[in-house]
Design a protein around this ligand. Structure first.
Ligand SMILES: Cc1cc2nc3c(=O)[nH]c(=O)nc-3n(C[C@H](O)[C@H](O)[C@H](O)COP(=O)(O)O)c2cc1C
Length: 349
């Protein structure tokens, strides 16, 4: 039925890369021509036709599709009858021997919907539980638990792959979609506000050697190295919080600070500028719009940007970065990335 399989994966910590690799393994055994590309900031190389199956694997962020995947799908050429399947990975966990599933919400179906509008024939969507990688929020899973979850995911992906390559249509469940629609306000808030704030919680501790690996592996090129002699990473608003930097740093120097979260909270909930604008504004409706609309949004982003810039400068003082890191929960947290997935795998040309 298909002659070519074009696999596109976005990955922070290797989970979605693993799903892509399992798909490729089976397609290869069936003698199909395979291409595998990482979804990064660069343009995707794709020439879809009726004999091609396009496979998209991606992490779930905020119960939906990460910005990077949304943008890249929007930039794809028209599908020209090519088929497509979407496999979002989600946060599986295992606590005291009990496995708990993640929730992908609209992550798979939003990507599928965009592909449909681009002229692709969507033939399957399935969420896959992989070890949760949100290490800015929680302790990384133990090797044993991670391997258990991965071992359970593999046969599901293999089954899905065989079915789709045999020409079957495979939509695993629409329950996540229903929950995802219900959670749409949360996903919207995540994509337009929370994600920007999360990117500004990252900082490099005194352990940072300035090697620049974090900047090189960032799929969105959202990290810039600053400083002449002692280089340090600076996280821009382009960051998708994929966790590659935090989990692949060889010095375990990338931290996320709760103190910064508190500072940002006060900065954004007591927007002095917006209140000032409101009191200055005579027209009530215009005042309301100014206060809670775009002005509020710009205020939030600008104040966080400036606060982070000041912090970044201050972090140049070693004792300060040492103190901030020791006061950060992530300093004591275990890191996670998919076992056997190397920097080379997640940082393709
Ligand atoms: C910022 C962020 C948000 C996340 N949001 C969700 C979520 O809403 N639902 C879920 O099941 N998993 C969520 N996860 C977990 C990841 O989707 C999951 O661990 C995924 O397998 C990571 O894949 P990757 O290693 O290919 O990036 C989130 C992870 C991060 C870092």
């Amino acid at each position: 039925m298909f002659e070519k399989v074009a696999i596109f994966f976005m990955t922070g910590t290797g989970n979605s890369y693993k799903i892509a690799a399992w798909f490729a393994e089976i397609a290869e055994k069936l003698g199909l021509a395979i291409s595998m590309q990482q979804i990064k900031r660069a343009k995707l190389n794709i020439a879809p036709d009726g004999k091609t199956l396009c496979v998209f694997t991606l992490p779930t962020h905020g119960f939906t599709t990460p910005w990077l995947v949304v943008k890249q799908i929007l930039h794809l050429p028209r599908g020209s009858g090519a088929a497509a399947v979407v496999l979002p990975s989600r946060a599986g966990t295992r606590i005291k021997g009990v496995s708990l599933p993640g929730m992908e919400g609209t992550a798979g179906y939003l990507a599928a919907c965009l592909l449909f509008f681009k002229g692709y024939k969507v033939r399957g969507v399935m969420g896959v539980d992989m070890p949760s990688n949100w290490t800015a929020l929680h302790w990384g899973l133990s090797k044993e638990n991670a391997e258990f979850i991965i071992a359970a995911a593999k046969p599901r992906v293999q089954h899905f792959t065989k079915m789709v390559l045999a020409g079957k249509v495979y939509f695993a469940s629409i329950l996540p979609l229903i929950i995802g629609i219900w959670l749409a306000p949360v996903s919207f808030g995540y994509l337009v506000v929370a994600q920007f704030m999360l990117s500004k919680l990252f900082f490099a501790s005194d352990k940072c050697a300035g090697c620049g690996l974090c900047a090189r592996i960032c799929p969105k090129q959202a990290i810039t190295m600053t400083g002449k002699r002692n280089q340090r990473p600076y996280w821009t608003y382009a960051c998708d919080s994929c966790m590659a930097c935090m989990n692949y740093c060889p010095a375990k120097a990338v931290e996320a600070s709760p103190i910064l979260a508190i500072v940002f909270y006060y900065l954004t909930t007591i927007p002095a500028a917006a209140y000032l604008l409101n009191s200055l504004c005579k027209d009530e409706l215009a005042g309301l719009l100014l206060n809670w609309g775009i002005v509020q949004y710009i205020y939030i982003l600008t104040s966080i940007f400036l606060a982070y810039l000041i912090l970044h400068t201050t972090l140049g003082w070693r004792y300060f970065s040492m103190l901030l890191s020791r006061l950060s929960h992530t300093y004591y947290f275990r890191r996670y990335h998919a076992p056997d997935v190397t920097v080379k795998d997640i940082n393709r040309k």
